[in-house]
Design a protein around this ligand. Structure first.
Ligand SMILES: [Zn+2]
Ligand SMILES: [Zn+2]
Length: 639
């Protein structure tokens, strides 16, 4: 028998071991023939272990400073960790500074995380002062009952306590936990406490409110700094903040949570997006249709959305003896358009498209700006094709989607293929054979595209597999954008058919696709991707005209009239502000171009042409200034 750490003593980045696939402390005794692998601190598992171990140090520091604090749980979470405490008074930012200082001391002391097996009875005596830990002992092995993250404390195997041993081998602190942990506290390279917030014990509002401290920990100081920079950037780009600052949209309380109104400037961007996508659909062979917002509920029983989707739909309205629903999707209505008359194979692919306003019940806790709303507009399209045409149509749609994303400045993407969870066949409708064919068709097209493909088993909708395009934005965050979905189910449920070349009736395949997905969400992502500084073709105001003094305003109104005639969006700032203030305002509004005019310009029939970054060309003839802006708009470039 050897300790795992002996195997990795020359690899300082290994902080735990995976033995036969199970994560273990480096103190684990490895047996002859065990399959042992080192866990690197920067790997996904390594980061979890680092973050959870840092949570221990946090709890130790809190109990050092606040001896009456009782421990809740302390799991790793995405990009960090938290620990819950029952304390008399909530923590304030100054407390976090003190706690951080104490944590650094514990880290410097290089305390050892030491595992000790115990049993329920002994643990109850040892932890008599920790009522929440006692509760967890009672929950051990009952994962369904356990609190979020509680399985990190007790798990299903042996009950263990981890002691933090000081230099003399004395127990400095201990916690009920199943591990694994870092070998010592000194192996925490970089951490930071972020904030504190109230949280109910075990996530249940009937329980006592505890105080949760959030922190983050990383394998290097650089990785921590990058993370903090990303958070700062994400805050700076937050579309809810920019939506206010740039006067794009709002969510009036009087209307309700998750229901946006677009202001005139946001309305411009929304209309440019709509015009673009409508035109592109027509170019790609789609026909523009329209359907109502509400329908009798029977339609959704026919489609199979009810009962599957009932909890994401708004409750029915009853009148004239029927239940009416606001629609959560448009597909069933397009099926009725398809079915409104007999169809021939010569009409296929038949492609229908509309801006469908749909409503989905999202809990108020998950509603988030424009990216998670209750009312949304889908650029929803359905292609009805023969089975033979399906691969070609999917390829066609994928090219369409990728071209659209590139035009909007999103060009870093990969594909995700969502398939059925074979262990839960009752969650999905349709035969095994249909699923296999549909999945194969999508997979082949994805592979042929040459893009990275990530499998998403179990992620399919109940009626068929889908491909989604995942985009990385300017700060590396991933957003799910467009989707293409293969559906053999709804055509059967709606008894859709076409007359084939053989004179027989056949069932078409339906392919759902949404390019923006949700217009609102895409809008929100664009705001964050560009941090509000849109390329000229998307900018609500493309040109701000600024007179050096009042007397030159009329001249600029003439220039503006010419630009408007050329289809450009221009405003003249004739306010009482001084010129420098006007330039500053245009910068804050992130307007791509400024045209400034004084006496020399008027004389020469020219303007000073100023870019967003402050570059300025003086004495540019009016026609050339207009041509420069028009070119940037036509090329859809960023400036
Ligand atoms: Zn632990
Ligand atoms: Zn659909």
């Amino acid at each position: 028998m050897t300790k795992a750490w002996e195997l990795f003593k020359d690899e300082p980045d290994v902080i735990a071991a995976r033995v036969g696939g199970v994560l273990k402390d480096l103190s684990y005794e490895v047996a002859e023939g065990d399959d042992v692998e080192g866990v690197l601190i920067g790997s996904a598992d390594g980061r979890d272990i680092l973050r959870h171990s840092t949570a221990h140090v946090l709890a130790q520091a809190v109990q050092d400073l606040y001896p009456d604090a009782k421990l809740g749980i302390g799991p790793p979470v995405e990009n960090g960790f938290y620990y819950d405490f029952d304390v008399e008074t909530p923590f304030v930012p100054d407390d976090l500074v003190k706690i951080e200082t104490r944590m650094r001391k514990i880290i410097k002391e290089n305390q050892k995380f030491s595992r000790r097996v115990t049993n329920d009875d002994d643990a109850r005596i040892e932890l008599a002062d920790e009522p929440y830990k006692l509760e967890l002992i009672g929950l051990k092995g009952n994962a369904g009952e356990a609190a979020e993250g509680a399985s990190a404390e007790v798990g299903a195997g042996e009950l263990t306590i981890y002691d933090n041993l000081d230099r003399n081998g004395e127990i400095a602190w201990k916690d009920l936990c199943r591990g694994p942990h870092l070998p010592t506290t000194k192996r925490i390279p970089a951490f930071k406490l972020m904030r504190s917030a109230a949280a109910y014990w075990r996530g249940n509002e009937k329980n006592k409110q505890l105080q949760r401290i959030y922190g983050t920990a990383w394998e290097t100081k650089e990785a921590l700094d990058e993370h903090l920079f990303r958070i700062e950037e994400a805050e700076r780009r937050d579309h809810r903040k920019l939506g206010r600052d740039l006067d794009l949209f709002s969510f009036p309380d009087e209307i309700g949570s998750g229901l946006a109104v677009f202001h005139p400037k946001g309305g411009v961007l929304k209309r440019v997006m709509e015009d673009y996508v409508r035109q592109r659909h027509i170019e790609e062979g789609f026909e523009y249709v329209g359907t109502p917002h509400i329908t009798k509920d029977q339609l959704f029983y026919t489609s199979g959305h009810l009962p599957y989707y009932a909890d994401t739909m708004f409750p029915p309205m009853e009148f004239e003896g029927s239940n009416y629903m606001v629609k959560p999707m448009n597909c069933p209505m397009h099926n009725l358009i398809y079915r409104s008359r007999g169809r021939s194979y010569r009409e296929l692919p038949l492609r229908l498209f509309e801006f469908g306003s749909v409503y989905r019940y999202e809990k108020s806790g998950v509603v988030h700006g424009l990216t998670r709303v209750r009312g949304l507009t889908q650029d929803d399209s359905h292609s009805y094709v023969t089975a033979e045409q399906a691969p070609g149509e999917i390829k066609h749609l994928l090219n369409f989607v990728l071209g659209l994303l590139k035009d909007f400045g999103l060009d870093d993407f990969y594909l995700e293929l969502s398939t059925r969870d074979d262990s839960k066949p009752d969650k999905f409708v349709g035969s095994d054979e249909d699923w296999a064919i549909a999945t194969k068709v999508l997979e082949d097209v994805c592979i042929e595209s040459g893009l990275d493909l990530v499998p998403d088993p179990g992620g399919a909708a109940f009626y068929g597999p889908k491909v989604s395009v995942q985009c990385r934005d300017a700060i590396g965050r991933t957003w799910q954008m467009s989707t293409i979905q293969y559906d053999f189910n709804q055509p059967a449920r709606f008894e859709l058919e076409y007359n084939g070349a053989d004179g027989q009736k056949h069932q078409p395949v339906m392919i759902h696709s949404a390019k923006f997905g949700s217009l609102e969400r895409f809008f929100g992502v664009l705001v964050e991707h560009y941090a509000g500084a849109f390329p000229p073709w998307l900018a609500p105001v493309q040109v701000q005209a600024i007179p050096v003094a009042d007397t030159f305003a009329d001249y600029l109104y003439d220039v503006a009239a010419k630009m408007k005639a050329a289809g450009l969006r221009v405003e003249v700032d004739d306010s009482d502000d001084r010129m420098q203030k006007k330039i500053r305002n245009a910068q804050l509004q992130k307007v791509p171009f400024m045209l400034i005019a004084g006496a020399d310009d008027v004389e020469a029939g020219a303007v000073s042409f100023r870019y967003r970054d402050g570059r300025q060309d003086n004495g540019v003839p009016i026609d050339e200034a207009i041509a420069r802006v028009a070119q940037a708009v036509a090329d859809r470039v960023q400036v």
